[in-house]
Design a protein. Structure first.
Length: 366
């Protein structure tokens, strides 16, 4: 049975989140910046939408230069808001995890996944599954993504790059050598400028040339392990698995409400099962949480959050329940639109190690 590996890449993620929150931005250049604070415009561009990229703006460009390139173009410029983007990313990854065999997030806006078992190695079935992923993401979040499918991580990543924007590219095992052959070696996952230069000095500029190169020569230049990887990657045969189970940094649950509402009690009532799930995850992992966050996706698809941080980490159900209800009370006062989807997240995880919850001291025992 052939492995079926996928790579999902959220298109211009930060800027696209801003477009979803404010549809009037569509068609305008949008850039997300990291400001240094030294002057009003000091700092660099983190990312930009395709409109801005078409006008010459790219990541790591100084903000002052980006503004010059966008003069007369009515640009929308945003400060990087990690919390907002992390909330969106978290719920996307949580949904993806339910729809694939194994999920391995590789960044806030991308992830590898394995569909080998559920598709029995059938790439036609995998294409259908990937299309469902794309449609679900667009329906629930208003976001587009690019997906690549192949028999290895390297092939899947290359395919998703070539599928941008908003595309789906499938590289079946029998077409893999042809797909890889003419690509520049710099496109291979894990091959940076230094390795590219070294390969060029050896007369290797394409992936096809690398696939036909001498293994002994590669090992002498790059060492046994990396040399073997380069050869395997160039042939589309690298066997690096999709690995789940990284150390958790948070647990969350999010759902679509039965009706749009701002009523905290109604929202809390529908979230109780999800809160129970989060509590079980905390206890089974031996962790406690310092921060509880209420998440509201409004009817205009904008995301709003309210958080509470505890001096003493908690992992008891009562504290999480009370914090969630109180935070949705706060959220109700902070927004003027109904909530369409709601969720709760616990973060700032720490090992419990015989820690006693603060609520045990402040509540009567009966």
């Amino acid at each position: 049975m052939s492995r079926v590996i996928g790579h999902l890449d959220l298109d211009y993620f930060y800027a696209q989140v801003e477009e979803v929150e404010n549809p009037s931005l569509k068609g305008r250049p949008v850039i997300i910046c990291v400001f240094s604070g030294r002057t009003e415009d000091s700092g660099v561009v983190s990312t930009a939408n395709y409109v801005a990229r078409g006008l010459g703006v790219h990541s790591a460009m100084p903000i002052t230069l980006a503004k010059k390139k966008l003069e007369g173009k009515d640009p929308a410029i945003f400060r990087m808001e990690h919390e907002k983007y992390e909330v969106v990313s978290s719920r996307i990854m949580e949904d993806l995890e339910k729809r694939v065999d194994v999920l391995e997030p590789s960044g806030i806006d991308e992830a590898f996944f394995d569909l080998s078992a559920s598709t029995k190695g059938d790439f036609a079935r995998a294409r259908d599954s990937a299309q469902v992923l794309k449609e679900s993401l667009l329906r629930n979040e208003g976001l587009t993504c690019s997906i690549g499918l192949g028999r290895s991580k390297v092939v899947a990543k290359l395919a998703s790059d070539l599928a941008k924007p908003a595309g789906l590219k499938v590289v079946a095992p029998e077409t893999t050598p042809e797909f890889l052959s003419s690509l520049p070696v710099s496109k291979l996952y894990g091959v940076g400028p230094k390795t590219t230069t070294s390969l060029e000095e050896m007369g290797i500029t394409t992936v096809g040339e690398l696939a036909r190169s001498n293994p002994v020569e590669l090992e002498s230049h790059f060492g046994r392990k990396f040399g073997a990887y380069l050869l395997a990657a160039a042939n589309g045969n690298d066997d690096d698995p999709v690995v789940a189970g990284h150390e958790p940094t948070q647990f969350s649950r999010i759902l679509t409400l039965k009706r749009d509402t701002r009523d905290p009690a109604e929202i809390y009532g529908q979230l109780k099962e999800g809160i129970g799930y989060i509590h079980e995850k905390l206890v089974s992992s031996g962790r406690s949480s310092r921060t509880v966050t209420a998440i509201g996706i409004l009817t205009d698809l904008s995301t709003k959050t309210k958080s509470k941080t505890f001096e003493t980490p908690i992992n008891d159900l009562t504290s999480i329940n009370e914090a969630t209800l109180g935070l949705f009370e706060d959220l109700k006062s902070a927004v003027d639109k109904d909530i369409r989807r709601a969720g709760v997240r616990v973060s700032g995880l720490e090992k419990t190690e015989d820690q006693t919850s603060l609520s045990e001291f402040v509540r009567p025992t009966g």
